[in-house]
Design a protein around this ligand. Structure first.
Ligand SMILES: Cc1cc2nc3c(=O)[nH]c(=O)nc-3n(C[C@H](O)[C@H](O)[C@H](O)COP(=O)(O)O)c2cc1C
Length: 189
């Protein structure tokens, strides 16, 4: 028979679950995990973590990725029209964490003036080359990479959906790709 404790829990847990059911439902959706490389017009490189990326056409080969409106990466893509996609092997989980940090530290609200003024060179200690067609960073440790040319920009709330043509790509090694779920960080909800 249910004791008082169980009754109390039964009464309150559904309320707690209803607090953000849509967010919870969205968070169950699985995604890949990619490092998007870009550069600005001064040829300074940047890279960011993204999981809202997928292929959207065979002919031509198109991918789409949703970028936060204030991401430096989006600014770079608008300026140069190009980006790279790095698929990360699941044994390189440690190296990806730094790419969730914005290049422009002021993007994160509430930081001190000094902390906000920082500009992170996220690729400084990460071995990489530059894509032949786009000049965008290709990580030495990537499982596979793509070079992409942006074709369409769709405003999508607090993000911008960029549809891009795949110009080239290759698989660099055998292995399993890292996923957002395996990383254990949630972006969605
Ligand atoms: C697991 C995970 C997935 C993410 N996916 C995306 C994404 O798909 N699109 C996006 O704009 N930001 C995404 N982010 C946030 C960016 O990595 C973050 O805003 C980054 O600082 C942007 O870098 P930038 O301003 O140097 O371009 C994700 C973060 C995490 C932790």
């Amino acid at each position: 028979m249910a004791n008082q404790d169980t009754v109390e829990r039964a009464k309150y847990e559904p309320l707690r679950e209803r607090a953000e059911p849509v967010s919870e439902a969205l968070e169950t959706m699985p995604y890949g995990l990619y490092i998007i490389g870009s550069h600005n017009e001064a040829d300074e490189v940047n890279a960011m973590m993204a999981d809202w990326l997928m292929q959207v056409s065979f002919k031509p080969r198109l991918v789409a990725c949703a970028f936060e409106n204030d991401a430096t990466t989006l600014k770079n893509i608008r300026a140069t029209g190009v980006f790279s996609v790095n698929v990360i092997p699941d044994d390189r989980m440690q190296m990806v964490a730094a790419f969730a940090q914005p290049q422009d530290a002021s993007k994160i609200k509430g930081r001190s003036e000094e902390a906000s003024a920082r500009v992170y060179d996220k690729l400084r200690d990460v071995p990489h080359s530059r894509g032949e067609q786009t000049g965008c960073p290709i990580l030495d440790d990537a499982l596979a990479w793509l070079e992409c040319q942006a074709e369409q920009f769709f405003p999508a709330g607090d993000h911008t959906l960029v549809v891009a043509r795949v110009l080239g790509g290759a698989v660099l090694r055998e292995g399993e790709p890292l996923t957002q779920r395996a990383l254990g960080w949630s972006y969605g909800g």
